[in-house]
Write a protein that binds this ligand. Structure first.
Ligand code: HNI
Length: 147
């Protein structure tokens, strides 16, 4: 069971409140598809992913990036039970979508890079460490139902 200090909780909330889902979600998913092209294999129904500009301009990528990022709010609102809060989504990614769970961390890292760039001075080492702990717990929860 992961513990959170009150300062960690405050940091997570403050980062989350600053994130624009509509802006950061598409950028994070697009980065992941560009930097780790093998992740494209799960998005065969998304149309043209054949180049950086195709990925950046693909409305399905943008829409799905928002869906994924919005789902982080589940963790923000269930800090003390992140594992159970993602049980259904973990099952979906494992059993229906057959997503290799290693990819969760890749997307999480892309997200961290996008917000580190965006928030710059407000994303110092302490904030980054807490944020990455938060994402690591989410990644672990999403990987939990794999067997
Ligand atoms: Ni993911 C669908 C959340 C990582 C591939 N994903 C979803 C949905 C949510 C979601 C929410 C919509 C579920 C529904 O329709 O009920 N995904 C998350 C979260 C993370 C994540 C919170 C990590 C932080 N997903 C990934 C990764 C991949 C991925 C890393 C593949 C590389 N996800 C998918 C695919 C779908 C999906 C594929 C179905 C998309 C569609 O619309 O067909």
């Amino acid at each position: 069971m992961v513990g959170w200090s009150s300062s960690e909780r405050k940091i997570i909330r403050s980062v989350w409140e600053k994130i624009s889902i509509a802006e950061v979600g598409p950028q994070a998913l697009a980065s992941c598809l560009i930097v780790y092209p093998w992740t494209q294999r799960y998005f065969g129904a998304f149309g043209n992913l054949s180049s950086v500009s195709a990925i950046m301009g693909n409305p399905k990528v943008a829409a799905h990036g928002m869906v994924v990022l919005a789902a982080l709010e589940i963790a923000v609102n269930n800090m003390d039970d992140i594992k159970n809060a993602y049980a259904k989504l973990s099952e979906l990614h494992c059993e229906k979508l057959n997503v290799d769970p290693d990819n969760f961390r890749l997307l999480a890292d892309c997200l961290t890079i996008v917000i580190a760039n965006k928030f710059a001075d407000d994303f110092g080492p302490e904030v980054q460490a807490v944020w990455q702990k938060f994402l690591a717990v989410i990644v672990s929860a999403l990987s939990k139902q794999y067997h």
